[in-house]
Design a protein around this ligand. Structure first.
Ligand code: ATP
Length: 493
C-alpha cells in the first residue's frame, strides 16, 4: 500500500476547504476487471457471513471465546477492548432513549441473585423449560420446538436430522442455572442466576413509585446480565448462556394497555434506524402462540447472516406479574390513584425486552461491508468497513501523524490530548497512511485526523470521513466543533 490515500492540503485554497474525493473512490463505480489477477479477485466472495464477523471480532479484539486457552467455554464470550466500547455505546444509546428522552421512565440496577420465591411466582420454576430430544446414535441434541434445529416431522418420526438415527422422547429441560448460597448445600439454600432482568423491576415497582412519587403511566429501565442454560448455543454471540438484556417495563392503567402497547411498538421500531440500522433489515413477527403471561406479543426481527431472527420482544404482560408477586409475597402491590378518588388497581405491564449482546451482533452485521474502492487487480482494491453510527463506533476519532519525525508525532499527540476530552480516540503512527486508514475503516472509526507538515505551519489538519473517504482541511481550533456537528448530522449512506 502506498501513501496515496492521504490527500495533502491544496496550498492555494482557503479554509474551510471543500470536500475532496479520496483517490480510492475516484474511479467508482467499478466495471469488470480485465487482468487475470483481477478476475481471480472477482471470484472472491465479498458478501457478509458469520465466519467473517467472528474472524474480524477476534482479529481486531472485539470478542474472544471465553477461556480460550483451555479450549473455550461453550455459551460464553469475552468482550475485548473494542467490544466493550461498542457494547457500552449501544447500552448508552438505549439508556438515553429510554430514560433521558422519556420523561416518565426511571432506571434501576437490581441484584442478579434474587429470593428463590421470585422465580416460583414468575412461573420460571414450573414453566421456563424447553423440550429436548437427543439422538441415541450420534448424540446430537435439539430443541424440539425450534424448527431451525429440527423439523416437526423429524420430531414426530423420532428421527435424527443429522444421521437418521433414533431420537429420545422429548423431555422438559429447565433453563435456569441453579446454585446454592451459604455453607450448606441443601434445598433451603437453592438460588438461581436470574434468567431475565424483568423480575427485578417488578419486585421493586412499589419502592420506586413511592420514593420517586411516580404516577401511572411510568416505566422502569434496566440493563444487566441474564443467564440461561441454553440447549444449543450457536451463531457466535446470538444465543449464549450468559448474556445481557436491556429491558423497560411500562406500568399502565388496565384498559390503556393496548394503546401503550401500540405506542411502544412504534417507538421501538423507529429507534434502531436512528442509530443507522437499515430499515429493510428489520421486520415484525407477531406471536400466534402466546406465553402464559401475555395478552399480545410482537418481536422485532433483524436479518442476521443466518436469516431473520428475534432481536427484541414487545409484550403486553397484563397484570400477571404483579398479581403473582402479590400472591407469593403477601404484599399489596396495588397502585393507588390519588388523582382519581384513590382508585386501586394492579397495573398492566407493557414490556420492551432487547438483548444487549444480540444488539452488538446486529450492529456488527448491519455495519459490515466489503467495498470495492479501486481496480488495480490486487488486495488493496477492497476495503472492509464497519459503517457504525459515530455514536455507536468504539473509536470516534483516530489521530494519525503523517510521519513520526520532525515533531509531527508530538503535534498529533497534543491534538489527541485535546480531542480525548470529548471523544474516544485512537492514535496510530505506524505504517503507510493508506494502511492506517484501512485499519480504522475495519473497526468502524468514522473520522481520521491526519497531521502533516502543513499542520506545523498553519495549524490545520486533514479530516477524513470513513464512509465517503473524502478529506477536508480543517483549522485545529475548529476540529472538535466540526466533528461534533458531523456526528449530529450523520446519515448512513
Ligand atoms: P428465544 O426465543 O430466542 O429463546 P426469548 O423469546 O426467550 O428468545 P426473551 O425472553 O423475550 O427471549 O428475551 C428478550 C431478549 O433477550 C431477546 O429478544 C433476545 O434479544 C435476548 N435473549 C434471550 N435469550 C438470549 C440468549 N440465550 N442469548 C442472547 N440473547 C438472548
Amino acid at each position: 500500500m502506498r501513501d496515496t490515500t492521504y490527500v495533502p492540503r491544496d496550498r492555494h485554497s482557503r479554509y474551510p476547504l471543500e470536500r475532496r474525493a479520496d483517490p480510492y473512490s475516484g474511479s467508482l463505480p467499478f466495471l469488470a476487471s480485465s487482468g487475470a489477477e483481477g478476475e481471480s479477485l472477482q471470484m472472491e466472495d465479498h458478501s457478509i457471513s458469520m465466519e467473517k464477523i467472528v474472524s474480524l471480532c477476534k482479529r481486531r479484539g472485539f470478542v474472544f471465546q471465553s477461556s480460550e486457552i483451555y479450549g473455550g467455554q461453550n455459551g460464553a464470550w469475552d468482550y475485548g477492548p473494542l467490544g466493550i466500547e461498542l457494547k457500552n455505546n449501544i447500552q448508552k444509546a438505549w439508556w438515553k432513549e429510554m430514560t433521558q428522552l422519556h420523561d416518565s421512565i426511571v432506571g434501576l440496577d437490581a441484584a442478579i441473585l434474587m429470593h428463590p420465591r421470585v422465580w416460583e411466582a414468575s412461573g420460571h420454576v414450573a414453566n421456563f423449560s424447553d423440550p429436548l430430544v437427543d439422538c441415541k446414535d450420534c448424540k446430537s441434541r435439539f430443541r424440539a420446538d425450534d424448527d431451525t434445529q429440527i423439523s416437526p416431522e423429524n420430531v414426530a418420526a423420532r428421527k435424527c436430522p443429522k444421521c437418521g438415527g433414533p431420537l429420545t422422547e422429548p423431555r422438559s429441560f429447565n433453563l435456569m442455572f441453579k446454585t446454592t448460597i451459604g455453607p450448606a448445600e441443601d434445598s433451603s439454600s437453592v438460588i438461581y442466576l436470574r434468567p431475565e432482568t424483568a423480575q427485578g423491576i417488578y419486585v421493586n415497582y412499589k419502592n420506586i413509585a413511592q420514593s420517586n412519587r411516580l404516577k401511572i403511566p411510568f416505566g422502569i429501565a434496566q440493563v444487566g446480565k441474564a443467564f440461561r442454560n441454553e440447549i444449543v448455543t450457536k451463531n457466535f454471540i446470538f444465543r449464549t448462556c450468559e448474556f445481557e438484556q436491556m429491558e423497560m417495563q411500562f406500568f399502565v392503567k388496565p384498559g390503556e394497555d393496548e394503546k401503550f402497547f401500540e405506542y411502544w411498538r412504534e417507538q421501538r421500531m423507529s429507534y434502531y434506524p436512528k442509530y443507522g440500522i437499515r430499515k429493510e433489515k428489520l421486520r415484525w413477527h407477531h406471536h400466534e402462540k402466546l406465553a402464559h403471561y401475555a395478552k399480545d406479543a410482537y418481536d422485532i426481527e433483524f436479518e442476521f447472516p443466518m436469516g431473520f431472527q428475534e432481536l427484541e420482544g414487545i409484550h403486553n404482560r397484563t397484570d400477571f406479574d404483579l398479581t403473582q408477586h402479590t400472591k407469593y409475597s403477601g404484599k399489596d402491590l396495588q397502585y393507588i390513584d390519588q388523582d382519581n378518588g384513590n382508585e386501586r388497581y394492579i397495573p398492566y405491564i407493557i414490556e420492551t425486552s432487547a438483548g444487549l449482546t444480540r444488539n452488538v451482533l446486529m450492529f456488527l452485521c448491519d455495519s459490515y461491508e466489503e467495498e470495492k474502492v479501486a481496480d488495480k487487480g490486487n488486495d488493496d482494491d477492497w476495503r472492509t468497513v464497519l459503517r457504525f453510527h459515530p455514536l455507536i463506533a468504539p473509536v470516534t476519532v483516530a489521530i494519525l501523524p503523517l510521519m513520526k519525525k520532525d515533531g509531527l508525532a508530538e503535534l498529533a499527540q497534543d491534538i489527541r490530548n485535546e480531542l480525548k476530552e470529548d471523544f474516544m480516540t485512537d492514535y496510530d503512527q505506524s505504517g503507510a497512511i493508506g494502511k492506517r486508514y484501512r485499519r480504522q475503516d475495519e473497526i468502524g472509526t468514522p473520522f481520521c485526523v491526519t497531521v502533516d507538515y502543513d499542520s506545523k505551519e498553519d495549524n490545520t489538519v486533514t479530516l477524513r470521513f470513513r464512509d465517503s473517504m473524502e478529506q477536508i482541511r480543517v483549522p485545529r481550533s475548529e476540529l472538535a466543533a466540526r466533528i461534533r456537528a458531523e456526528i449530529k448530522n450523520y446519515k448512513r449512506v
